[in-house]
Design a protein around this ligand. Sequence first.
Ligand code: C5P
Length: 201
Amino acid sequence: MSFTIAIDGPAASGKGTISKGVAAHFGFAHLDTGLLYRAVGHRMLAGEDPVAAAQALTAEDLDRDGLRTADVAQAASKVAVIGEVRAALVDFQRAFARRAGGAVLDGRDIGTVICPEAEVKLFVTASPEVRAERRWKELTGNGFDVRYDDVLADVRARDDRDSTRAEAPMRPAEDAVELDTSEMDIETALAAALAVVADRM
Ligand code: C5P
């Protein structure tokens, strides 16, 4: 039997950590769908055609080093506006969602486009300033020399591109539960998400 949890939201909202925590708690598999777009963006930066790259993508591409950089994040959101890129990635995500034993998928359009029938839908947000601060701490903690203002500008540019695109724009599904983590630490946010899921099981 499959059970799908869709977790959407903008960059650094906490959705990634929440998704991992929810999956670990229930023993479900987890797919970070942003990695698919990052892998395609990475290949585009290396000179490949993004549509061809999306069509040829394999599971190994998701384990590649260098997918977490700011350049790849921006490239990901650029290839993510291309309808043919998105279309090439649908089947893989839907098959993952239907696997036996339960699945958590996190992204931007999981509750709206990829898994509109998901048993649980969460939309995780936080203010752009809070998200930029989290991302800045994470990047500097990993040794990247970046300025907060530049990280905030990147966050805003990506939010704007992701929420205004014609294909599968980032937005909460009508039946999604919204979770604003601006004032929450990660333990509190995860507990709130687990409570929403438990309520629907
Ligand atoms: O979640 P992450 O920051 O890794 O996503 C990178 C980019 O991939 C996003 O900014 C967005 O443009 C794109 N994306 C998407 N749909 C998803 C997941 C990610 O368009 N389901």
